[in-house]
Design a protein around this ligand. Structure first.
Ligand code: PXP
Length: 237
């Protein structure tokens, strides 16, 4: 069964709009788990625009399933990750000006730096996933550096329609096969919605999907538990 990691960054975005203490992502995580989330995903950005260190610390104690920390290849956040010890870290690229993570991480050209991050996380007992475009050279580098999983960036697929979307799906399927053949777990995420999730969830041996924007948007109207339950039902239908 494909697992669902619910990304709750947007809850913290609303809180930070007023620099207050509500809504609390810790509450959102509890409700997402009641709705059937297998894990909770948060991105501790360098500019702390949404999730704060305090959130990750409390979530570490309260999340019952898997806590997945998205993080850049950055010394400061690496130190925090190794101290708080989420179950999994997903290494992502990070740009100050972007609205969200725009593309996969480039690791072929910075193997030494990435290896250092992977080794440090492993030493702290943390499973390591790399957020990559569906690019075979990047996937092979992830395997060579000892990553446990690859999360394929589905943003391009999500932004296309018709034949172009089918072609993007084919590229993800080929990349997914290479991830599995390399002995790593296959994850996917970014831009997935109630409308486009099923073909991605059906890719053989897909292990985990990480979804934020679409679930939080629906949760505004139907509540978090129901929004998560509906997404899981689609993933498994
Ligand atoms: N996976 C990764 C690595 C991400 O950076 C994000 C966005 O924070 C997501 C999944 C979730 O993307 P979306 O909010 O578009 O569902």
């Amino acid at each position: 069964m494909v697992e669902l990691g619910v990304n709750i960054d947007h809850i913290a975005t609303v809180r930070e709009a007023r620099r207050t203490n509500e809504p609390d992502p810790v509450w959102a995580a509890a409700l997402a788990e009641l709705g059937g989330a297998d894990g909770i995903t948060v991105h501790l950005r360098e500019d702390r625009r949404h999730i704060q260190e305090r959130d990750v610390e409390i979530l570490r104690q309260t999340v019952k399933g898997r806590l997945n920390l998205e993080m850049a290849c950055d010394e400061n956040v690496l130190e925090i990750a190794c101290r708080i010890r989420p179950d999994q870290a997903t290494v992502v690229p990070e740009k100050r000006q972007e609205l969200t993570t725009e593309g996969g991480l480039e690791i072929v050209l910075q193997k030494a730096r990435v290896k250092n991050v992977i080794d440090s996380l492993h030493a702290a007992g943390i499973r390591v996933s790399m957020f990559l475009d569906p690019d075979l050279a990047q996937i092979e580098a992830a395997a060579e550096l000892g990553a446990d999983a690859v999360e394929i960036h589905t943003g391009k697929y999500a932004n296309l329609t018709g034949a172009a979307q089918l072609e993007a799906l084919r590229v993800i399927e080929i990349a997914g096969r290479r991830v599995r053949e390399s002995g790593m777990l296959l994850h996917a995420g970014h831009g997935l919605t109630y409308g486009n999730v099923r073909p991605i969830a059906r890719i053989p041996e897909m292990h985990e999907l990480n979804i934020g924007h679409s679930i939080i948007s629906r949760a505004l109207f139907v509540g978090m538990e129901k929004a998560v339950r509906e997404m899981k039902a689609l993933m498994h239908s």
